[in-house]
Design a protein around this ligand. Structure first.
Ligand SMILES: Cc1ncc(COP(=O)(O)O)c(C=O)c1O
Length: 404
């Protein structure tokens, strides 16, 4: 069937955070929300049908995954990535974020180092620090409009007398949009394994890739990689099911899996009756919708890139390879110096944020929430009807021109 992604769906008063939390997050009701990572699109019809059928049963007790749910996950890994996983490797959790917290809790002690690559999704930082660990930031480098890994720095992170116990990888990367290549994954994995650390690979965005890019699950690279990693996946970003709370944490090594399961006990066990139904329907019957969605989001991206280039050249778009999140380099707009202390300060971080909220009236994620290297950047969610995107870009353009 043909889906209509142009359809505007009023999400107010559904409890959906993106629209209903606007005033709490931005301090005003009149911003257009382009922040938190969910989509303003209706889900694939087979998902709605499966959920409707489940509600009609009318008993919603404690739930465990039926064998057909696990079969759907195993099949999808085989079909999408030629990755053969065993059913017992899968641990179901209500989200990837609780799994990241549980993994840090399971495999580190307070004071240990954990590597991440800033700027990165904010709970990576809090999963580390809230467990009393120290962030070892292998800062990504922006080179000619594309972020790259500083491998020399990554090696050096493991050189001290207390080398990190873990690395948390964002693959594809939120917010910079990189889809790591096999070569990059191998190089990172080799460094991590050589230093007896565990790789926790957050692959929640893995099915949202633009044309020409391919996702390789970290653990699928080799037996050794599989034995030294945890792969976090979910249908939540791909199929717009974040509110259903169902994720799959794939842990091939039994000892690692047991340790993870012990650490997460009591605070992040299981999923819910509807989450598992949504997950199975998405994985089995969601591909027709997904193909059309990716075409549509790709169209949004092309529209946005052209718009910024022609009408708001003060903002540089970091072209994403995956995800529906776009990282905007606003340093020229803010006239920020290249590095702190380097020349006259332009708009402060707060002023830049205020500019988008109060002048443009568009609700973006401020770059600094992804780490200090996000200063002067904003993240924009483009998983919305084209008309909404046009409205947001028009608002930004008018605000920028008004300050000329
Ligand atoms: C990289 C990454 N991991 C995890 C999440 C959220 O995971 P969950 O809602 O399953 O806890 C997001 C949401 O934006 C994300 O971008």
């Amino acid at each position: 069937m043909k889906y209509n992604f142009d359809q505007i769906i009023d999400r107010h008063n559904t409890g959906g955070a993106k629209w209903d939390a606007v005033e709490a997050v931005f301090g005003t009701k009149d911003v257009l929300p382009m922040w938190v990572a969910d989509m303003d699109f209706a889900v694939a019809k087979p998902i709605t049908e499966a959920l409707r059928k489940r509600t009609e049963h009318e008993v919603y007790g404690y739930t465990q995954p039926l064998p057909s749910v696990t079969e759907a996950v195993v099949d999808r890994m085989q079909r999408k990535y030629n990755w053969k996983i065993e059913p017992e490797w899968i641990v179901y959790t209500p989200g990837v974020v609780p799994a990241l917290f549980a993994a840090v809790r399971a495999f580190t002690k307070p004071g240990d180092g954990v590597v991440l690559q800033g700027p990165v999704y904010m709970p990576f930082w809090s999963a580390i620090t809230s467990n009393g660990c120290c962030v070892a930031d292998n800062e990504l480098k922006l080179k000619k409009g594309r972020y790259e890994i500083d491998f020399k720095d990554l090696e050096s992170k493991f050189c001290g007398d207390k080398p990190p116990k873990m690395m948390i990888l964002c693959h594809p990367h939120n917010p910079v949009g990189r889809v790591w290549t096999e070569k990059e994954l191998r190089r990172m994995g080799e460094i991590v394994m050589k230093n007896d650390a565990l790789m926790v690979s957050d692959e929640i965005h893995c099915e949202l890739l633009f044309k020409g890019y391919k996702h390789i699950p970290f653990a699928s690279i080799s037996k050794e990689f599989a034995q030294n990693s945890i792969v976090c996946m979910a249908p939540s970003k791909t199929f717009n099911l974040a509110g259903l709370s169902a994720s799959t944490i794939i842990i091939p090594n039994k000892k690692t899996r047991d340790c993870f399961c012990t650490a997460r006990m009591g605070f992040t066990t299981g999923t819910n009756a509807f989450g598992l139904v949504g997950l199975e329907a998405a994985y089995r019957y969601g591909d027709e919708w997904l193909e059309q969605l990716i075409d549509y989001v790709q169209g949004n991206l092309e529209f946005l890139m052209k718009y910024f280039e022609e009408k708001i050249p003060e903002v540089k778009v970091i072209k994403p390879e995956g995800t529906y999140l776009v990282w905007l380099d606003c340093r020229k707009l803010a006239r920020l110096p290249k590095s702190p202390g380097d020349g006259v300060q332009g708009m402060s971080t707060k002023k830049l944020r205020d500019f988008f909220i109060k002048k443009a009236k568009v609700g973006l994620e401020d770059g600094t929430i992804f780490g200090p290297e996000g200063s002067g950047f904003q993240r924009m969610n483009i998983a919305c009807p084209r008309a909404t995107l046009k409205e947001a870009l028009g608002r930004i353009e008018r605000a920028v021109r008004a300050r000329d």
